[in-house]
Design a protein around this ligand. Structure first.
Ligand code: 0RA
Length: 676
């Protein structure tokens, strides 16, 4: 039991040690119970947990700067200039406070509840979990002129707390090395960390957060290492501007900020020239993806306030005219951030706020402040109201158009579009695949090369409508889009259905898609995999982006659940005997290297086959590279982060910016390789 040699406990099996070991063992036995999973997500949970501890120190008002460094040796460090974790002896545990915090489960704020009013941390598991799941963790404290250090291995103290020098600095530095025995991957992702830090900087205005990547592999072309500073003195206002950076805004973001009944609340909102709503909400810095009572209160206040203003300012002549929730939220971008001392998180991913008392509190605040703002800003308010009224008309028009599609398919016995080459019936839809193919000739090869039992082909002619610029009614009138929607079978819309009114004469919120229950229905999905197949050229990239935008906006559930794929056919096949290697676009040098390697000096017996674009592949080649489930190359589209995806899509598809084709191809880190 050499692990105990260096601890300051004289008895290896003291009661304290046993409790600690039991806690650590539980975490290491079932890591997913504590951090969600043991993949990349779980790995980054560790980062969040450590960062959140420093953010808490900032929330308490003692810390102004947090530095995150991805180290070149597999570790990650987080340094803050807070008070430093206490180093004095903890009476009950007979250990320094810092050791207690690092080794005892849930010890996070135990010894100083006052200072941990609203603690973040997704599961509140505490930094001891990170410690338990790290092969090495070093905690350094800078306090009262001294530099302290303590070291752990898999959560067990291997070097007790000691003073290693003097310092003028004040704060805490945590360095940890995730244990590869626990995690499937221990490679940190710059984008994931950067995004989280950026959001934290928006949510905690003024706080300076830096990120540095010291890994050799991360070096940029000019030889420098990636480095970024996040600091936003404008807080949520700047957050809204950031989300809408590539859109035309109707006004500067409106800010509502107040602490009511001990709940600090901050809301920023604005409208832009798109037709979608984008509400992001946070509770104690945690992204509440599934919404909850704070979002409900906000939405209901928004609808009520705008209707009230329309009547009081005589813009609406009588109360027959009423805007619904979806009318007032068309083109709305809003960020809500509140702090709740005892949050109840519900829902599938535990990211839905359940505290009932919040609805009314946020509703009153937003109603009052928004009305006040509108009366003070009549010119902009008129523009917003006009926008809402236009949404109302479009919604009615869309309803008619959609009715038409629905009735038509009912008359035709729900028949499929004539352009669809469907697979034969009687197979489990989840086993089936739909190939959306650019151009008729590639479509022909796909039809000939497919497995007719499970693979369907829908050829698209030319460019599809840019859904980013079209409203629902226009979109639903488009032939290609109609075919696509009918072939997929789910219908369109957002998966969350708005709540009906509470009978106080409030408007019933019902989005244009989800009313009457005719929105998106996952159970009606006709194919388990939907595979977009376009040429690897500029036009092809544009078409796949259009397609992805369509799915992202109107069938986001299919992306979230991993049903959407991109075909990624290789450019070359290099083979010798039975060994074959495939080379993908952009890796042409690799081909020459392989030929030299396999063929030796005379290059004997090496075959190089160059595949043409999809349009020119014959059915056999198409089968080998894209259709055959055993051999083909496809990528699953995986949009982790809706904010970034939204910005990217708006930028790619917006009116102001010419389509950035190189960017489209580069940004394929959305996509994750699937071993075919
Ligand atoms: C409890 C009490 C005190 C500081 C902290 C916790 C603290 C924890 C972390 C974790 C990361 N950085 C941190 N900084 C501070 C201080 C109590 C006092 O000095 O009076």
């Amino acid at each position: 039991m050499s692990e105990f040699e260096n601890t300051n406990s004289t008895e290896a099996y003291s009661a304290d040690t046993i409790t600690v070991l039991k806690g650590l063992e539980a975490v290491r036995m079932r890591p997913a119970m504590y951090i969600g999973d043991i993949g990349v997500r779980g790995l980054h949970h560790l980062v969040n947990e450590v960062v959140d501890n420093s953010i808490d120190e900032a929330l308490a008002g003692y810390c102004t700067k947090v530095d995150v460094e991805i180290l070149s040796d597999g570790g990650l460090s987080v340094t803050d200039n807070g008070r430093g974790i206490p180093v004095d002896m903890h009476k009950e545990e007979n250990k320094p406070g810092v050791e207690v915090a690092m080794t005892i489960l849930h010890a996070g704020g135990k010894f100083d509840k006052e200072n941990y009013k609203v603690s973040g941390g997704l599961h509140g598991v505490g930094v001891s979990c990170v410690n338990a799941l790290s092969k090495l963790m070093i905690t350094e404290v800078f306090r009262d002129g001294k530099h302290y250090r303590i070291e752990f291995e898999k959560g067990i103290t291997i070097k007790p707390l000691s003073i290693i020098g003097d310092t003028e600095y004040r704060g805490t530095k945590q360095t940890f090395y995730p244990d590869p025995e626990i995690f499937e991957t221990v490679v940190f992702n710059w984008e994931t960390i950067a995004h989280r830090l950026r959001v934290l900087a928006f949510l905690n205005k003024g706080l300076m957060i830096t990120l540095k990547d010291h890994r050799e592999t991360s070096k940029k072309e000019d030889g420098t290492l990636p480095e970024f500073q996040f600091q936003y003195h404008g807080g949520l206002r700047e957050f809204v501007k950031y989300i809408d950076e590539n859109k035309k805004s109707v006004c500067e973001p409106i800010l509502i900020e107040k602490t009511v009944d001990d709940y600090p609340m901050e809301i920023a909102l604005s409208w832009n020239d798109t037709y979608r709503e984008n509400i992001e909400s946070y509770v104690n810095n945690i992204h509440t993806i599934e919404g909850g009572t704070h979002e409900e209160g906000f939405k209901s206040a928004l609808t009520r306030a705008i209707n009230k203003y329309a009547l009081d300012s005589k813009i609406f002549k009588n109360d027959k005219m009423k805007l619904t929730g979806s009318d007032v939220r068309e083109g709305l971008t809003a960020v809500i951030s509140i702090k709740v001392m005892e949050p109840q998180f519900e829902g599938q991913t535990k990211t839905k706020l359940g505290n009932g008392e919040i609805t009314g509190i946020i509703q009153s605040l937003v109603y009052e402040k928004l009305l006040e703002w509108m009366f003070e800003n009549p010119r902009i308010s008129k523009i917003i109201l006009d926008k809402c009224t236009e949404a109302l008309r479009a919604r009615e028009a869309a309803h008619k158009a959609k009715d038409l599609i629905r009735r038509k398919s009912a008359f035709e016995g729900g028949s499929m579009p004539s352009k669809l080459y469907d697979c034969s019936k009687g197979t489990d839809p989840m086993e089936c695949e739909l190939f959306i193919v650019e151009g008729d000739s590639a479509g022909g090869s796909a039809v000939d090369g497919r497995d007719i039992k499970t693979q369907a082909v829908l050829p698209l002619r030319g460019k599809i409508l840019n859904v980013e610029k079209a409203r629902l009614d226009k979109m639903l009138a488009n032939e290609e889009i109609k075919n696509l929607i009918n072939a997929i079978g789910t219908g369109i819309g957002e998966s969350d259905i708005d709540l009906p009114s509470n009978g106080n004469g409030q408007t019933v919120d019902s989005s244009a898609f989800s009313q009457n229950g005719d929105g998106f229905v996952l159970e009606k999905l006709r194919y388990g995999k939907i595979i977009i197949m376009t040429d690897a050229d500029v036009d092809g990239a544009h078409i796949s982006t259009l397609m992805l935008t369509f799915f992202f906006r109107y069938m986001p559930e299919l992306i979230k659940r991993g049903h959407i794929y991109l075909a990624m056919p290789p450019l070359y096949k290099v083979s010798k005997g039975k060994i074959s290697h495939y080379i993908f676009p952009g890796n042409e040098e690799e081909k020459n290297r392989l030929v030299a390697e396999l063929g030796g000096e005379d290059g004997k017996g090496v075959q190089v086959q160059r595949y043409k674009g999809l349009g020119e592949m014959n059915p056999e080649q198409l089968k080998e590279t894209t259709l055959d489930q055993e051999k083909r190359f496809i990528k699953r589209i995986n949009i982790e982060d809706a904010v970034e995806a939204d910005r990217i899509f708006t930028m790619l598809m917006g009116e102001d910016v010419p389509p950035r084709k190189d960017f489209i191809i580069e940004k394929c880190h959305f996509a994750q390789n699937i071993d075919a």
